[in-house]
Design a protein around this ligand. Structure first.
Ligand code: ADP
Ligand code: MG
Ligand code: ZN
Length: 450
């Protein structure tokens, strides 16, 4: 049997899938199976990263894959999933009873180990006990792979840095013959480089990353000082994004286009929802000040399509997967490039043309900067906190500088993720009409001086 057909057979046999979810998933699996190189996978949440280590792991008979994962909740989900598929998988952690632990340890020490996956938090991985266990497994050639899920946790540049992840690098030196697989959903260039360095992955690492460029999204920036009536401007834009009103009406409500307007403060969210509704498009307000039940109701009204626009603080969006978002508006400058990419990226998940607009104003910049500077001041001399707040300030400045330039809007993201420059193809205001963009910026600067 060729390796390719062996991979497909295992995919069907263990997971019941007859296809890979994407070419990238397939390539990553095939590469991991060869064990010639360490493998790095960066794909968005939900694209099937687990399979990129689970399938190769299952193809190593009588061997076990050690999976490092940051949270017990994530570990539990994955073990439950594997158990349903009848794949022996377990964990060693502080929440287990002695009896459960003993059962796992017995199995790991047995001549014939039945477990195929052992999930471990990095804290556990650092214990002497676990180190000895690994040593034994390795000696008996029972180790298939080391897999690091949520690998961005190893990086101080990431959003949830876990110091214990740093110790994983030592394992790489101890067991140089074992192939490593690192997976993450969020990786800027800096984070990726950090992952390679901290996990001491062997160069050249085989890299499988979803390109950041979203060709169905049109990005533009509108300077707030150039518009007369905020709400009207925004509502006109929303109508433009929704397209032909007749077609819009003909669709069932949940299928209709909808939009998100991100604002920085609760007050702004409330004002925006009222203002937009007055312009004739029903909008709801979503923010952390609402009771949980209210928030759920607001979100559901938007999901159902009863209210096409949701005005929200950035607490909205995690886990929200609505395909027909035709626009995402940032009424205030996003705090950094990662947030801008993630939030605006909620538009156009169905692949249809969609719009991402940022309304830019110096007033907003000043107030956000002021808050960030205060944070930084308070954090002075407080180690990590100081570093974090200063970085937040720098990242914010980066995005404001970008807004006052005329470079391709998509290039902001490709640079950030370390991708080659995208074929924007007039999918941003600058590339579409460079002269107009220049003029708008000039006008903005002139009005700022008045
Ligand atoms: P990620 O870790 O990238 O967020 P998961 O590994 O949790 O994603 O997978 C997301 C979902 O995709 C799971 O429900 C998983 O069963 C499913 N999935 C993964 N690979 C395939 C495939 N080849 N065909 C169909 N579904 C798949
Ligand atoms: Mg995952
Ligand atoms: Zn462009």
């Amino acid at each position: 049997m060729t390796q390719e057909s062996a991979v497909y057979k295992a995919l069907k046999e263990h997971f019941g899938h007859s296809k890979f979810k994407s070419e990238l998933q397939q390539k990553a699996v095939e590469c991991a199976v060869k064990k010639k190189q360490d493998v790095y996978v960066s794909m968005p949440t939900g694209s099937g990263k687990s399979l990129c280590f689970q399938l190769p792991g299952l193809m190593c008979e009588n061997q076990i894959t050690i999976v490092f994962s940051p949270l017990l909740a994530l570990i539990k989900d994955q073990i439950d999933h594997l158990t349903k598929l009848k794949v022996p998988a377990d964990s060693l952690n502080s929440k287990m009873s002695t009896k459960e632990r003993d059962r796992v340890i017995m199995d790991l020490r047995a001549v014939k180990t039945t477990l195929r996956f052992l999930y471990i938090t990095p804290e556990q991985a650092a214990t002497k006990f676990f180190q000895e266990l690994l040593h034994t497994l390795h000696k008996h050639k029972k180790l298939a792979y080391f897999a690091v899920d949520e690998a961005h946790c190893v990086s101080q540049w990431g959003h949830d840095f876990r110091p214990d992840y740093l110790k994983l690098g030592e394992l790489r030196s101890k067991y140089p013959d074992i192939t490593w697989l690192a997976l993450t959903a969020t990786a800027s260039k800096e984070v990726r480089e950090d992952i390679y360095k901290q996990l001491r992955l062997k160069q050249p690492v085989a890299q499988f990353t979803t390109p950041s460029f979203r060709k169905n999204l049109f990005y533009d920036i509108v300077y707030k000082n150039s518009i007369e009536d905020d709400f009207q401007h925004l509502a006109d834009f929303a109508r433009h994004c929704f397209g032909d009103p007749k077609e819009f009406k003909e669709q069932s409500k949940p299928q209709r286009g909808c939009g998100i307007v991100y604002c920085r403060t609760r007050e702004q969210v409330e004002r925006m929802a009222i203002g937009v509704t007055k312009q004739g498009i029903a909008a709801v307000a979503y923010h952390a000040g609402l009771k949980t039940a209210e928030r759920t109701e607001v979100q559901e009204a938007w999901m159902r399509g009863d209210k096409p626009i949701i005005c929200a603080t950035n607490s909205f969006g995690m886990g929200v997967d609505k395909a027909t978002v035709r626009f995402v508006i940032h009424w205030d400058v996003p705090q950094n490039v990662a947030a801008y990419y993630q939030e605006s990226g909620r538009a156009g998940r169905d692949g249809l043309p969609s719009f991402c607009r940022l309304y830019y104003g110096r007033e907003d910049v000043r107030s956000i900067r002021f808050l960030l500077q205060n944070d930084a001041q308070r954090a002075r001399g407080r180690g990590d906190k100081e570093m974090l707040t200063e970085r937040a300030l720098k990242q914010f400045e980066k995005i404001t500088e970008f807004c006052e330039r005329t470079t391709c809007r998509h290039k902001l993201f490709s640079d950030f993720f370390g991708d080659p420059p995208p074929q924007c193809n007039s999918q941003c205001d600058v590339c579409k009409r460079p002269k107009k963009a220049e003029k708008a910026l000039e006008m903005f600067h002139r009005l700022c001086m008045d």
